[in-house]
Write a protein that binds this ligand. Structure first.
Ligand SMILES: [Zn+2]
Ligand SMILES: [Zn+2]
Length: 394
């Protein structure tokens, strides 16, 4: 059998297996009582968690098989017309900025998928790190990355904190977490949603803070808050929705950043804006990292993954000054082509009369400087162009 046909067969076999497992778990979870205990928040259920606005309704095996059958029939996803853009990283700037302390220039570097290096408030922060070749429970099968990470693990500066949004394989990669825990100079602080600490300890990572929605943790001058989003969790047969999921609001003196992880569209984002209104009277998040990929087919994905049009709505709900589209161009997870999200985002921007600099995408490896929240806003008002710099100077 030709290698590509074997690969396709193996992929669909793994997908069917995972789907079967997920479906079995779903029914186990459904059997649990849905009413919350009175002394617990509404998203806490008996032995699992639930969303604020939509009880996650797991798709059955028939729907999963139907999706895969339709995709195969229609030849989806189609190969991308253009490869995901990649640029050589600004290694010297990133390294110097990492050591700059209070003089740090707020900046983000897209490493790929939902992995972003954020330099802000004097710390180096990594979101949902995945540097592995595949987003999968096994190293030899599953979605393979289309481009190498924008920075290799050994090229990262010393990471102070890692935020994890949820335990799906494309956001919570065991090999990457183990490598980060072993970084020279000591491990970062790993911030995880409730219910993930036990798994982290199982892979010998103990420098962990586990948070419920709206709880916070300080790292240096930076406060990080876990927020609700609409998603779910599972890594295997018996743990569906047993660990929480969420987004991260990151408040540094020089930058307010929001990282959504994976999410469907919900009123959670209007809630987030309202919740932080008092501390954001001078303006909403300076930058929101919002997923713009892995959204087709809608009948299957809408509840758990937004499309670019919904990402634009969330950008507005949050009152974000700017948004960066992530979670695209790296792993082929769903039916849209790898290069489709930026085109769909451009269309959504046009419909919403947003400028490209309001909600943009980057090349893998690219660094973008961000105006300081304190000093930068008046300059921003004079010049609506973002302080993007492919050749930043420290
Ligand atoms: Zn997910
Ligand atoms: Zn994802």
């Amino acid at each position: 059998m030709p290698a590509d046909r074997f690969q396709a067969l193996a992929r669909s076999t793994l997908a069917a297996l995972l789907c079967t497992l997920a479906s079995a778990c779903a029914h186990a979870a459904e059997a649990a009582p849905l009413l919350p205990q009175h002394h617990l928040p509404p998203h806490h259920r008996e032995g699992f968690f639930q969303n604020n606005y939509t009880a996650f309704a797991p798709k059955g095996l028939l729907e999963l098989m139907s999706w895969h059958w339709q995709a195969r029939r229609d030849g989806l996803p189609r190969p991308p017309r253009t490869p995901t853009p990649v640029v050589a990283p600004e290694r010297e700037f990133i390294a110097a900025n990492a050591r700059a302390g209070a003089a740090m220039q707020p900046a983000v570097t897209w490493i790929g998928h939902a992995t972003v290096l954020a330099q802000l408030g004097g710390i180096n922060l990594l979101t949902d790190p995945i540097f592995s070749e595949r987003a999968s429970p096994v190293a030899w099968l599953g979605p393979k990355r289309a481009q190498p990470p924008g920075l290799a693990l050994h090229e990262l500066p010393h990471i102070d904190a890692v935020v994890i949004s949820h335990n799906h394989y494309d956001h919570c990669d065991e090999a990457s977490l183990r490598a980060l825990a072993a970084q020279p100079g000591g491990p970062p602080l790993f911030l995880v949603p409730l219910g993930m600490r036990h798994w982290m300890e199982g892979i010998a990572i103990t420098h962990v803070v586990e948070l419920d929605w709206w709880q916070s943790q300080r790292v240096g001058d930076v406060e990080l808050v876990l927020t609700p989003v609409q998603h779910w969790s599972a890594r295997g047969l018996h743990d569906r929705m047993r660990a929480l999921w969420g987004g991260w609001a990151v408040f540094a003196p020089d930058q307010h950043l929001f990282f959504a992880g994976d999410t469907g569209y919900s009123a959670d984002f209007a809630d987030i804006r309202q919740r932080f209104a008092a501390r954001q009277q001078d303006g909403g998040f300076d930058l929101a990292l919002l997923p713009v990929g892995a959204y087709e087919p809608r009948w299957f994905m809408a509840q758990q993954h937004i499309n670019p049009e919904e990402a634009v709505r969330i950008h507005r709900d949050l009152g974000a000054r700017r948004s960066l589209g992530v979670h695209w161009g790296t792993f082929e997870l769903t039916d849209e082509s790898l290069d489709e999200p930026p085109r769909a985002l451009a269309q959504a921007r046009a419909t919403a009369s947003l400028a490209e600099e309001d909600f943009f995408v980057m090349a893998i490896g690219q660094t973008r400087l961000l105006p300081r929240r304190d000093a930068g806003q008046s300059a921003l008002a004079r010049n609506p162009q973002p302080a993007a710099a492919s050749k930043p100077s420290p």
